[in-house]
Ligand binder design. Structure first.
Ligand SMILES: NC(=O)c1ccc[n+]([C@@H]2O[C@H](COP(=O)([O-])OP(=O)(O)OC[C@H]3O[C@@H](n4cnc5c(N)ncnc54)[C@H](O)[C@@H]3O)[C@@H](O)[C@H]2O)c1
Length: 316
């Protein structure tokens, strides 16, 4: 594994698979000034992916989100029908083929052989690098970089190394993603669903339960998230939200709400109560991020930002 590249923004990127995720990555990388080779086994899908890139770049420009003309950015995305040609000179490969284990296994074996110096990152939503890259000579270069959909509008990316992934591959990926304006979140180990879909799944499981119990209809569940929880979550995560919502922060929130949340979980056989040591750990991390004396200022910021959001949403 070569040492981390000095200038990740200078690297050429190959995107393999030109569906919505591949096209979305191509936009994100090209918008940041990177040269992108976009490849697909299916020529029609490749052409459609390239058209999607052009259409979304025009939309971005219309919304004031593109510093250059869309044609100049689109010119950095080269559709390449041959896999070997697409990989030539690439420092990073972003695999975006369908979510099928056998397919990813075979494809990664080819990527390993054809792109010996590159980091090989999969967009996989759920399949771990351990499952598709364990037998490869170059497995130290393999990992998951799971985007949210669409990748050019939602900047978060989960970077998930397998136990065999080399630290340099993780560092290079994180540096590249940052250079591309993305916000990588590095998981310390692989686990099913990674973290994004675990959080999403927890909410969706409860949403299904509320419909199953005939407490709410589908649109009523969506309204609670769309018009309430989701608006706050656009600005703060669940921990910051708990910290800001109760005078006294995380510890006071856990004292007030912890037992009730534990009972709700127990209805479905969940344990995982918030013990004092865990709550103290969360509180300490929050205090390092936001000292107690700045809590009021942060609440004011949140409320003003919610006003901005309200104004934007009114126009939609
Ligand atoms: N859709 C989402 O919300 C989402 C979000 C994050 C990550 N992902 C993951 O990203 C990946 C791609 O998702 P998608 O929704 O764009 O999939 P998709 O099935 O719509 O597109 C995949 C593309 O890959 C092409 N392809 C198939 N075999 C190939 C090969 N051997 N080499 C090159 N190209 C090949 C197909 O022709 C197709 O155009 C999946 O692993 C998916 O789980 C999806």
């Amino acid at each position: 594994m070569p040492a981390a590249e000095p200038d990740p923004a200078a690297a050429r990127v190959a995107v393999v698979g030109a569906g919505p995720i591949g096209a979305g990555w191509a936009i994100a990388f090209a918008r940041a000034g990177l040269a992108v080779a976009l490849h697909d086994v299916d020529r029609d899908r490749l052409a459609a992916g390239r058209e999607l890139v052009e259409a979304r770049l025009a939309d971005l420009r219309e919304h004031g989100l593109l510093a250059e003309g869309p044609a100049a950015v689109a010119a950095r995305v080269e559709p390449v029908a041959d896999l070997g040609d697409a990989l030539a000179g690439a420092g990073h490969v972003q695999e975006c083929a369908p979510e099928r284990l056998e397919l990813k296994r075979e494809l990664f074996a080819r990527l390993d052989a054809l792109a010996p110096g590159a980091v090989l990152a999969s967009s996989s939503s759920a399949i771990t690098a351990s499952a598709f890259a364990a037998d490869l000579a170059g497995r130290g270069r393999c990992l998951v970089a799971h985007p949210a959909n669409p990748p050019f509008l939602l900047p978060v990316v989960e970077v998930v190394p397998a136990p065999f992934t080399e630290a340099a591959a993780v560092e290079r990926t994180v540096a590249l993603l940052r250079a591309a304006g993305m916000r990588p979140v590095r998981l310390r180990r692989e686990l099913e669903g990674f973290a994004f879909n675990r959080l999403q799944g927890a909410l969706l499981r409860e949403a299904y339960r509320l419909v199953a119990a005939d407490v709410l209809d589908v649109d009523e569940v969506d309204a609670l998230v769309r018009d309430g929880l989701g608006r706050r979550w656009a600005l703060t995560g669940p921990f910051e939200n708990a910290d800001l919502n109760v005078e006294g922060g995380i510890v006071a929130h856990a004292e007030r709400m912890g037992a009730a949340y534990a009972r709700m979980g127990a209805e479905h056989g969940e344990r995982g109560e918030w013990d004092a040591e865990l709550v103290a750990r969360v509180a300490a991390q929050r205090r390092a991020l936001l000292p107690r004396e700045r809590r009021g200022e942060r609440i004011e910021w949140r409320d003003r930002a919610l006003m901005e959001l309200d104004r934007l949403l009114e126009g939609l």
